[in-house]
Design a protein around this ligand. Sequence first.
Ligand code: 13P
Ligand code: SF4
Length: 313
Amino acid sequence: MLTAHAKGESMNLTDKISKLKKEKKAIILAHNYQRPEIQDIADYIGDSIELSRKATQETQAEIIVFAAVDFMAESAAILNPTKKVLLPTLGARCPMAQMLTVDEIKRQKTHYPNAPVVLYVNTLASAKAYCDVCCTSANAVEVINSLDADTILFGPDRNLAEYVAEETGKTLIPIPEWGFCPTHLLFQPEDVTVLKLQYPDAVVMVHPECSAEMRRVADFIGSTSKMCSYARESKAKTFIVGTEEGILHRLRKENPEKQFITAYKEAVCPNMKLTTLDRLYMALKEEKHVVRVPEVIAKKARAALDRMLAINH
Ligand code: 13P
Ligand code: SF4
């Protein structure tokens, strides 16, 4: 619990961040998994594709502070070469993004020379530079359907690959064979079964990074922001949520009359939680840590991101 002193401090910090933000013409973009206090101070909250789009639309901003993990900030830097993109915490890495190396892409290309390479944005810029087009969980089905190919190399998330293959009827070769999100791996259908005994009318929403077993018990499968719009538009009153717990803050804030229950309390992305108000403040004050992607890599990665952004979702 916060002490009165600590509460005062954090309020103070919020004011200081707002003041600095105005002075420096900065904008704060936050992912749906960020801590509640970060979401509350952000100019914009969204999923991966929305944040990428927002980063390119913010023509007035001189600094973009990315409250998220590194691959998201990297994408913003690639798409905005003239802007300063800041990642408040250097260690905020997505472990799934580390799972696909350029060597593995090259190796698989030798086995499937005619297959296009589609990479989830949860990849490093160096890997994106070796793909034909990127996708997010919100547009993966559309991106795959837009390609004139039936066999596609897809990485790094094996669960997303399986889900998209089911939806499109195409053959997706997962690269690497075993890529996964450690946080979404924690969800189990058994927990949903138990929760359903307590909340029989609850609607189950699941992220496509979850296992096939979790997808089978889902009423809705989608990206984090798609879950937000689904919950907003649904007539249901209770929702069991199969994605990182940070999203519950936004869901509850936007739907105060509805009830949201996490499918597993411990499903926390530790890297997303590294951004604190203190770190956000220091990032703005000292203009750190500037995300830099060498232009030789950025140029190729930008083409893959631009191609994705050109496909409607
Ligand atoms: P979204 O694009 O659905 O927000 O997902 C990003 C992510 O990292 C999920 O773990
Ligand atoms: Fe990466 Fe999983 Fe965290 Fe998303 S929730 S940023 S995929 S580790």
